[in-house]
Design a binder for this molecule. Structure first.
Ligand SMILES: O=C(O)CCC(=O)C(=O)O
Ligand SMILES: [Fe+2]
Length: 347
């Protein structure tokens, strides 16, 4: 039985064709394989007319818990300042991501994700669901980063590992704090909070790189998706690109703010909250002038945790109960259809 997140993905192998990124450094034009049909909203780089933009919440604010609850209900995302993560650590992680993605393609390919693997260098896991390729390279870490880092830097991987491990520790503490607040807002009883802080949690760190693109209007950095996590904490470099879909407003840019982290509500929290909290559909656009980097930390309950909106004592659970492992499997096979496949009511 799978006990770790990377083992949970072993049953859903991908074709290598869906793992190897293009060598973007060698390209001066956009290949047809990477040209997406243009939609009207493609460059809706902006907040809608009503001035609506993703909430910025100060974790030190005495009302932070209520504000987080409201943001999760209305947006499924918010920006968090005064989060307690040292700026120097975030900067170091961004530097490490830059150092890694700047390596020649053959070095990065030494840590290529295997077909049934979940960690290492490669394209976004969601790639296989889309007919066109994304303008993106990724590096996925689950548990210790050292095995994959050693493949890339056989003699000097320690710096990378120390920084990533420190980041994992700090992110976990912040995720625990946010989870406590969120479960309190949902009035979930103390007994059901037992998984917070357990050692078997599902955690992953994803380094993302979006190179400069010769034709950004026809390319896609990361296609629209929701995160499978309970919550995701995202650091983005000071380059625009991330957008969140909000009903009534369309695609809204999440402009980078100094020393501020983006928090996304994931599918698992959406299910647990019986749809009270949204899980934000998000995507990344690219640009021709500036490279973009991001570091996502995904956090969720252990694989054997049984997800059930029934914990809310609702007489109308919208989703059937299932384990985290089963949900990861359904998502791996169905991506955007996963939530509707476990819905109990006809909407
Ligand atoms: O690069 C970003 O800003 C978003 C990354 C993301 O959505 C992900 O890794 O799931
Ligand atoms: Fe995401």
């Amino acid at each position: 039985m799978a006990t770790t997140l990377s083992e949970a993905y072993r049953d859903y192998p991908l074709n290598l064709h869906h793992i190897i990124p293009l060598d973007f450094s060698s390209l001066r034009t956009l290949p047809e394989t990477h040209a997406w049909p243009q939609s009207e909203d493609a460059h809706h780089h902006h907040h809608d007319g009503s001035g609506s933009c993703i909430p910025i919440i100060d974790l030190m604010d005495p009302n932070a818990m209520e504000l987080i609850g409201l943001a999760c209900e209305n947006w499924g995302a918010f920006q968090l300042k005064n989060h307690g993560i040292p700026l120097s650590l975030v900067e170091e992680v961004e530097e490490e991501a830059k150092r890694l993605f700047a390596l020649p393609a053959d070095r990065k390919l030494k840590a290529l994700r295997s077909a049934a693997g979940a960690t290492g260098y490669g394209r976004a896991r969601i790639s296989s669901f889309f007919p066109k390729h994304m303008w993106h390279e990724g590096f996925t870490i689950m548990g210790s980063p050292c095995d994959d880092a050693k493949k890339i830097w056989p003699n000097d991987h320690t710096r990378f590992c120390n920084i990533i491990e420190n980041y994992q520790k700090q992110m976990k503490l912040l995720a625990e704090k946010l989870t406590q607040m969120i479960l309190t807002v949902l009035k979930i009883c103390e007994d059901e909070k037992g998984w917070i802080g357990s050692s078997e949690l599902c955690e992953a760190v994803q380094l993302n790189f979006y190179p400069c693109c010769p034709e950004p209007n026809r390319a896609m950095g990361l296609a629209p998706h929701t995160d499978t996590s309970f919550l995701t904490i995202l650091h983005q470099s000071q380059t625009n690109g991330l957008q969140i879909f909000k009903e009534g407003a369309g695609w809204v840019s999440v402009d980078p703010q100094p020393n501020t982290l983006v928090v996304h509500t994931g599918d698992i929290l959406h299910i647990l909250s019986n749809s009270r909290f949204r899980c934000a559909l998000h995507r990344v656009m690219v640009n021709s002038a500036r490279q973009r980097y991001s570091v996502a930390y995904f956090y969720g309950p252990p694989l054997d945790y049984v997800l059930s909106p029934l914990l809310l004592l609702t007489p109308f659970p919208r989703f059937r109960s299932l384990s985290i492992k089963d949900y990861i499997g359904i998502k791996a096979k169905n991506l955007g259809e996963a939530l509707s496949l476990i819905t109990t009511t006809q909407n």
